[in-house]
Design a protein around this ligand. Structure first.
Ligand code: 4BW
Length: 145
């Protein structure tokens, strides 16, 4: 199968065709109240989403589990903590990124451990994300050709 995929040059392809552009990516800003991030996560249905700044630079990732962890008291969830926290206090600052002109092979490797990968421009601006399901869909398409 790998030989087949290589013959089809899938692995050498750039990843532009499967990028979800920034305007379609649910995201929050560094300075947003944590409660806002929780609402975006609940309403969008996603587990985790990117954190950007006002100039669309990527700063990290916020997830339902990071938020719940931040509310964990000794014996109970302390929901009142939500009011005093911002996204930047709780976000995970490291997350996988890929340059828009890198190959599908790199995106595939990163997707083994990450459900989505952030795509960056030459100047580090956030362009969008590549999601694991798009990667699997493309491989499936090539396999069935
Ligand atoms: O709202 C949803 N619509 C659809 N069609 N599928 C969904 C939705 N929410 C979840 N799913 C499915 C997808 O198959 O569950 C998978 C895991 O979701 P996640 O991780 O844990 O919220 C989804 O897999 P995926 O499409 O490969 O997406 C992988 C991850 O990428 C998601 C989420 O963290 C992120 N993501 C996907 N689309 C996004 C997004 N983040 C922000 N904006 C988007 N538009």
């Amino acid at each position: 199968m790998i030989q087949h995929l290589k013959n089809q040059s899938l692995m050498d392809k750039e990843i532009q065709s499967i990028i979800i552009p920034v305007e379609k990516v649910a995201h929050v800003q560094l300075a947003n109240p944590l409660e806002h991030a929780l609402l975006v996560l609940i309403k969008s249905g996603y587990t985790a989403i990117p954190v950007l700044d006002p100039t669309f630079k990527l700063h990290g990732l916020i997830s339902k589990s990071l938020i719940l962890d931040s509310l964990l008291g000794l014996e109970q969830i302390e929901v009142e903590r939500l009011a005093g926290l911002k996204v930047e206090d709780v976000m995970q600052p490291s997350l996988p990124t890929i340059h828009k002109e890198e190959t599908f092979a790199k995106a595939l490797t990163l997707s083994i451990n990450h459900p989505f990968i952030c795509v960056l421009d030459d100047d580090g601006s956030f362009l969008g994300i590549i999601i694991r399901s798009s990667i699997l869909k493309l491989i499936s398409k090539y396999m069935h050709q």
